[in-house]
Write a protein that binds this ligand. Structure first.
Ligand SMILES: Cc1ncc(COP(=O)(O)O)c(C=O)c1O
Length: 409
């Protein structure tokens, strides 16, 4: 018999965060902590179905008028319109002037992929810049979509554990015209460090001057500050300046709808007349990729965003989540400072959103896992939501031991 074609397939590298999740599930230690994956946990360490989501799901389940017909290719309009309003603000001029269009997407990842497909295949962009470091999927999404030049702009300054603003500006200054620049709208993953409003203004000047294309990845609106408007400041500012731009929205974190794959790609254009032909091209891209999106998440989110009472309930849920994260940041910093852990730990409370970029090395991360069964990413990122009042002392002791006894290199 002829040899198998499949025998030619080489083993690919594991996706770190999913591999760590599996290792955590397989770990039999009594005291184990998973602070790798970016998912919210309650103070009991459990996933949280938001009460407002449960309520809407119960209504949906008993609503006999609903069915499982296909959604339109570009998604449910009640959802996409509400999502764009959430990102830009309902009275934003781009919306009132009819210069915004949206595509329901397979969560944030799917929105980025449709954006990248459109930018590459329809608009013929081939160069994209992402921050160093960034979320582990940006590069893969853009290279799979056909971008041939994938470059990084400096972002993290290890010495100050803050933003390397000068490095960022220098790299964007040197970017060729028509490069797509991926920005994190807020709560930068993995660093938890965002530019200030003044810095965003300077970045916008540069984007304009160098004719770059801004794409905002918004995966944490509401998570960063507990306030939807604050967290959308940069996106709204760019839109007000009159840029043509894209924004991708994930409802995984702020609605806790991780596996429902609900997201939105929002596009702001200068001339509303562009929208109809653009939508026809987007329709072809989606049709040839997954045909049309799933409905459940769109139903849940659109009901909440379009109903003032449910919207208020949801905002309370967001405040609960962001508030718990802020408490855990304070608690972890306090403990490390009390233990006298070498180094400064103020960055833990200064950083924003779900993650803290601790500054721990890959060796120290491995030590945390091997000795304390505390699972973190090898780049030192920890998910603050995985820390609870029940495990915070254990995590602090583990970090202290790692910093005192494992060399960084
Ligand atoms: C920066 C960033 N963008 C996008 C996403 C997309 O997530 P999802 O596809 O689950 O919405 C994430 C998730 O971790 C993220 O951190």
């Amino acid at each position: 018999m002829a040899t198998s074609r499949f025998a030619e397939v080489q083993q690919g590298p594991p996706i770190e965060v999913f591999a760590i999740n599996k290792a955590f599930a397989d770990c039999t230690a009594e005291k184990k902590v998973n602070i790798s994956v970016g998912a919210y946990r309650t103070d009991e360490g459990k996933p949280w179905v938001l009460p407002v989501v449960r309520k809407v799901e119960a209504e949906l389940a008993s609503d006999m008028s609903l069915n499982h017909e296909y959604l339109p290719i570009l998604g449910m309009e009640a959802f996409t319109t509400a999502a764009a309003k959430m990102l830009l603000g309902a009275s934003h001029p781009a919306i009132t002037e009819g210069r915004v269009t949206s595509v329901q997407s397979l969560s944030g990842t799917g929105g980025l992929r449709v954006a990248a497909d459109f930018l590459c295949r329809v608009l013929k962009y081939n160069t994209a810049y992402y921050s160093s470091p960034t979320w582990g999927n940006h590069r893969l999404i853009f290279s799979d979509a056909g971008f041939t030049e994938l470059r990084q702009y400096r972002y993290w300054d290890a010495a100050t554990r803050g933003l390397n603003f000068d490095g960022m500006i220098e790299d964007l200054t040197n970017a060729p015209e028509n490069s797509v620049i991926i920005f994190h709208a807020c709560a930068h993953n993995p660093t938890g460090v965002d530019p200030t409003q003044d810095q965003w203004k300077k970045i916008a000047d540069l984007v304009e001057e160098k004719k770059l294309f801004p794409l905002f990845d918004s995966a944490y609106q509401g998570f960063a500050s507990g306030d939807l408007d604050n967290d959308a400041w940069a996106v709204r500012y760019f839109a007000e300046r009159g840029f043509e731009m894209m924004g991708t929205q994930s409802f995984s974190k702020n609605f806790g709808l991780y596996n429902e794959r609900i997201g939105n790609l929002m596009i702001v254009v200068k001339d509303p007349a562009c929208i109809t032909p653009m939508r026809s091209q987007l329709t072809l891209l989606v049709r040839g990729s997954y045909s049309n999106p799933p409905c459940h998440g769109a139903r849940v989110v659109s009901r909440v965003l379009n109903d003032p009472a449910l919207f208020e309930e949801w905002k309370d849920c967001i405040r609960t989540m962001s508030g718990r994260i802020i408490e855990m940041r304070k608690g972890l910093r306090e403990r490390l400072e009390k233990l006298g852990t070498p180094g400064k730990w103020d960055h833990i409370t200064a950083q924003i959103g779900m993650f803290s970029f601790t500054g721990l090395s890959a060796e120290q991360a491995k030590f945390l896992c091997d000795k304390y069964h505390v699972f973190i990413l090898s780049n030192g990122r920890i998910n603050m939501c995985g820390i609870t009042t029940g495990n915070i002392d254990h995590v602090a002791e583990a970090i202290n031991d790692a910093v005192c006894n494992v060399s960084k290199a």
